[in-house]
Design a protein around this ligand. Structure first.
Ligand SMILES: O=C(O)CCC(=O)C(=O)O
Length: 258
C-alpha cells in the first residue's frame, strides 16, 4: 500500500506527502460539512479543544458527520500510523484548522502533545488533510525534516520557536493531498498572506499506551457511539478499559510551548 521508498522517506524526514489521496467526493463532502459546522457553531467553534487567534478551529469531528468517520479509515493513513507507532494505536483527536485570510502570525515550531519519543519509540503521529491548496503564501505548514530524531523540543533548542528555523521547509500541495507526519517532527502553521482561508483537517493518532488528546468516549454522543462499526470503536478505543484509565483524567493540551 505504501512503498518501501515512501516508508524510508517517512523514516528519514519525519513526514510523507501523499498527493490525490482524498477521493474527490470525500473532499467535497468534508469542505461542505466543515463550513456547515463553522456556521452552526459560531463563536463556540473549537471550544472542546481550544480557540486560536488568526484561525478558525473545529474539534471533536468524529461526532459531527459520517464523512469524518470515513476519512480516518483511509487505508494508507492507517498503514502509515502502524509504521510510526507500531500495531497498537488509536485516534487521539480529529480537528479542523482554517487559517484566516491575512492572518499575521506563524505558529511556534512545536511537537504535538509536547511529546518526546520514549524507550518504546515514537508515540504521536499526525495527518494533515489539505482541504485547500497549500501554497507558500497561504499558510502552508512548516516542517524541520529529520527533527523527530533529535529527542528534543524546539523550545529547548531555539531561543525563539516562532522564528524561522534554518532547516525548515514548507509543505505545499494541492487540495486532496494528505501529509503523514511523525508528530515528534518540529512543525507549525505559518501566516496566511492571501485573501482566502486555508483549511486543513488534522487526524491525530497516538500509541495505545498513551492518553488521547481528546478522550473520545467522553466526547462522542451516545447515538454516535451506537452507530460506529467495530473497526471504528477499536480505533477510538471505546471499549479499551486501559484507555479509560489513562485518558479520562487528562487535561486537553495543545502541545505547544506548555
Ligand atoms: O494547520 C497547520 O498547518 C499546522 C497546525 C498545527 O501544527 C497545530 O495546530 O498544532
Amino acid at each position: 500500500m505504501l512503498s518501501t521508498e515512501q516508508l524510508a522517506n517517512l523514516d528519514r524526514d519525519g513526514y510523507l506527502i501523499l498527493s490525490d489521496l482524498i477521493p474527490e467526493p470525500m473532499l467535497e463532502a468534508l469542505r461542505e460539512r466543515v463550513e456547515e459546522l463553522f456556521e452552526a457553531e459560531g463563536e463556540n467553534a473549537g471550544a472542546e479543544f481550544k480557540k486560536e487567534s488568526g484561525a478558525r478551529r473545529l474539534a471533536n469531528c468524529v461526532d459531527k458527520g459520517k464523512v469524518f468517520e470515513q476519512a480516518i479509515l483511509i487505508p494508507e493513513i492507517l498503514a502509515a500510523k502502524a509504521h510510526i507507532l507500531g500495531p497498537a494505536f488509536k485516534l487521539s483527536s480529529l480537528n479542523v484548522r482554517s487559517t484566516n485570510p491575512m492572518s499575521e502570525a506563524d505558529q511556534p515550531l512545536h511537537v504535538d502533545m509536547n511529546a518526546i519519543a520514549d524507550e518504546r519509540g515514537y508515540w504521536v503521529a499526525n495527518t494533515i488533510f489539505m482541504l485547500d491548496d497549500f501554497t507558500p503564501e497561504n499558510g502552508a505548514t512548516r516542517v524541520v525534516p529529520g527533527s523527530h530524531k533529535w529527542g528534543q523540543r524546539p523550545q529547548e533548542q531555539m531561543t525563539d520557536p516562532f522564528a524561522a528555523h534554518p532547516q525548515q521547509i514548507l509543505v505545499t500541495g494541492k487540495a486532496g493531498t494528505i501529509v503523514i507526519c511523525n508528530a515528534h517532527t518540529w512543525h507549525g502553521g505559518t501566516a496566511n498572506r492571501t485573501n482566502r482561508q486555508r483549511r486543513a483537517m488534522h487526524a491525530f493518532f497516538c500509541r495505545a499506551d498513551k492518553p488521547q488528546q481528546q478522550y473520545q468516549k467522553k466526547l462522542l454522543r451516545a447515538e454516535t457511539q451506537a452507530g460506529l462499526s467495530a473497526e471504528l470503536r477499536k480505533l477510538l478505543a471505546l471499549d479499551d478499559v486501559s484507555n479509560d484509565r489513562i485518558s479520562a483524567q487528562v487535561e486537553v493540551t495543545s502541545g505547544f510551548l506548555k
